[in-house]
Each structure stands twice: as structure tokens, then as C-alpha cells.
Design a protein. Sequence first.
Length: 186
Amino acid sequence: MATPSIAITTPTPPRASTGFRLLYRGGLSLPDSHLLLDGLTFAVDTRHAEQQLLASPLALALESMRGRPSLRWLGTTTLAATPHLDRSGGAILLDIHPAATLTKIYFENTFCLESNGTDVGIKVALGDSDGPETTLMLIFARPREPGSGELQLVVARITPAPPPQSHLRLPRPDDPTPRRPPLRFF
């Protein structure tokens, strides 16, 4: 009686890497409306930003929003009005599904109708509250290639303004006095 054996003739080919990591898929909810701009996909190009992905607060915040049907739309603004943009997380890209007609029309009207489409952005909040713990992001357009008429939608985190430089203050009476280190440390 022959013993059964398994012969593997060709190994399973490795799965092709897409080079992109899905961060969030959903839509934008418009305030005071029941409209939903759906069909949005936020992804990051991992071929260029693999090391920066874990250090990016925006990428982590978008991944934590998975399972939510929509993000909060806060309005449009100019890039000049939001000087504190953190783009350290690599290129977080926004893609619109081809079947999301209303969303495509809104983004085309925002970025493509005027010649200064790269000077405006859409402000979005990640979370339900408006407190300091809420992450804000800006969706804006940039040319896909220099001199190209095709735009690419990119996302950056809006960081709070840095605190003003504090001047050296005079010591107060209730400040602890500095202590001299013990002699055995020398």
C-alpha cells in the first residue's frame, strides 16, 4: 500500500503589494442638511511614507474613525488662512468613487471652476466635539505633476498655533529655591 504524499510543484506567488494603505472610507456630513457626500477614500502611499506612518497623528486619527459613516464638514477656507498645516505624515491622498456623483460635483465646483483652485481647502473635523482634542484636517488640491492640468486631492492636519514665546519671568515668592547637589556626586 502506497503512502499518501503531497507534492507542491509551484509555490504560491507572493501577494502583490498595492503600495497604499487604506485609512478611512466613508463620507462627509454637511451641517444642517441630510445630505452626505459619500464615496471618499483616504489612503497613504506606503512606498514613500512607511516610517512616517506610525508617527503621523493624522493617519492614526483617520484610522481611528473607521466604522463611522461620515466625518464632519466645517466649510471651505483659503490655504493662507490656515498657516499651521502639518504634512509630516507623508502624502495622505483622497480618492472619490466614480459612482459618487454628488461628491464629484461638489469637489469639482470647489477646486476646478476657479483658476485659484489650489488656494482653497475644505476643513473637516474628526470627532463629534469642537474641543481642543478634536483633530482638524484640510483637504486641498495640488497639481499631480508640475505643469499638468490634473489635480490631486491631498490631506494635511491643521495644528494649533504654537504658544507665544514666553519671556523669562522673575521668580515668585512661592517658587522653590534651587538646591545645591550633594558633594558625593562630584
